[in-house]
Design a binder for this molecule. Structure first.
Ligand code: ZN
Length: 444
């Protein structure tokens, strides 16, 4: 406040003296035409902050390029102003023009460095804008007004490439980043970005709206990142495939542990699979199953597996041999003047025929006890049931052995009281003989 008062006083004094001077000059001009013209008076076109009527003096004036900023205060330097401007701009902006001081005749009041710096910062910032940056492989390569411009450019470029039917081009390594500060003049149009992509890929896009001459300036900015376009093909593929059959087992208490009988043969089914397969440059990169049609279902393979422990009777007998004919049945007959019970079944087989256990059990005799049976085997099946195999020539089991139904016992022969080689097979219940045909299956 107290600084303004002397200025007003000084102005009043100057006004008076100028007025007097002007009157004198007018009078003089009226007399002498070749004297100084009126235009020599202080110019009215100066900034409003400067007084029209002040007397001119040689002062320092700051310029930004050719733009006059204002009078410098005594001692203010270009460096001081530059520093103040950079502080205000915060490092993201660049001054396009030089700051200079010029000596000029001026009566304008000086401006503070802060005021001048604000002016410059405003001018610098007005040249800038926020755009959307296109980064190619991490390198900022183009900036457009917004993302859609960049995306449209990429679309225009990729769709404009001549590719085979069903093949389209993709550019990889592109990233869009919003809010990238740039100079307004650096913003690129769709066709400019498109041309830039051509330069990055070495693929010319022959579209009338793409002008390659206008993108020459991008080359001056340094190396452009390379883009290797990828040719993508998505095709539907159908594959006929076998459906493997499952193998199931069913426990069977009529079979011994370790025995396995095929109940149902497995049969593979068939199906048709449809995949969407993606190829990149001819190499498969993904395969997605989109449909599955079963043409025929697979048939399970089923096995019966035994659960019977070794030496346990199944309860159902088997023939001890499948060879030979029955030469004598169980029953009473008159022989040598005496009626006598024939306690077993005679099967006529040559000596050396293999004999098998009629059912599981424990061998309780396997030798020649010196009676009419000759060499014979007795198997105890439990529950009072036993089977006898008489007149054998060779025994391959011993007393105490656990045998399963169908196990090999030894060879038939003609030992003991016989008239020829045969097997005498007996079934006893609680020690008494019974007709074996009541226990053996009808079919041999
Ligand atoms: Zn007999």
């Amino acid at each position: 406040m107290n600084k303004k008062l002397p200025v007003i006083l000084l102005s009043a004094v100057l006004c008076l003296s100028l007025l007097v001077g002007a009157i004198v000059a007018l009078c003089t001009a009226a007399n002498k035409d070749d004297e100084k013209p009126m235009t020599d008076l202080p110019s009215a076109s100066l900034s409003g902050e400067e007084s029209v009527l002040e007397e001119q003096a040689l002062v320092s004036v700051f310029y930004y390029g050719d733009l006059r900023l204002g009078t410098a205060a005594k001692g203010d330097t270009v460096d001081a102003l530059k520093q103040a401007v950079l502080t205000l701009l915060g490092g993201e902006y660049e001054m396009a023009e030089e700051l200079t001081l010029r000596e000029e005749q001026s009566s304008a009041a000086p401006l503070t460095v802060d005021a001048l710096a604000k002016k410059v910062a405003g001018i610098v910032k007005s040249d800038y804008t926020l755009g959307c940056g296109l980064y190619i492989n991490g390198v900022l390569s183009a900036i457009a007004e917004d993302k859609t411009v960049l995306q449209k450019a990429v679309k225009l470029f990729t769709e404009g490439q001549a590719t085979e039917e069903g093949v389209h081009m993709e550019l990889r390594g592109l990233e869009y980043v919003e809010g990238v500060l740039c100079k307004t003049e650096e913003l690129m149009s769709k066709t400019e970005v498109c041309a830039l992509l051509s330069l990055c890929t070495d693929l010319r896009l022959e579209l009338p709206e793409v002008n390659y001459d206008e993108v020459d300036r991008f080359l001056e900015g340094g190396d452009l990142p390379d883009i290797t376009p990828v040719l993508v093909q998505v095709v539907s593929e159908r594959v006929d495939e076998e459906i493997a059959f499952a193998t199931l087992t069913k426990e069977d208490s009529s079979l011994y542990q370790g025995q396995k009988v095929l109940l149902q043969k497995g049969e593979a089914g068939s199906r048709t699979l449809t995949y969407m397969v993606t190829y990149e440059d001819g190499v498969e990169v993904s395969r997605v199953l989109v449909e599955q049609v079963v043409n025929s279902e697979a048939v399970d393979e089923v096995y019966a597996v035994g659960t019977l422990q070794k030496g346990t009777a199944t309860g159902v007998m088997a023939w001890p041999t499948l060879e030979g004919r029955i030469s004598s049945y169980y029953g009473y007959r008159y022989l040598f003047g005496v009626t006598k019970l024939h306690g077993g079944l005679d099967i006529a087989i040559p000596t050396g025929t293999k004999l098998y256990a009629a059912d599981g059990g424990t061998v309780i005799c396997a030798s020649d006890k010196g009676n009419g049976y000759g060499i014979y085997v007795i198997i105890d099946h439990g529950n009072g049931l036993k089977t006898y195999y008489a007149h054998m020539s060779k025994v391959s089991v011993k007393e105490g052995d656990k045998v399963n139904k169908g196990d090999y016992l030894g060879l038939s022969g003609a030992t003991g009281r016989v008239t020829g080689p045969h097997l005498h097979f007996e079934v006893r219940v609680d020690g008494a003989t019974v007709d074996p045909l009541l226990y053996l299956p009808k079919e041999r």
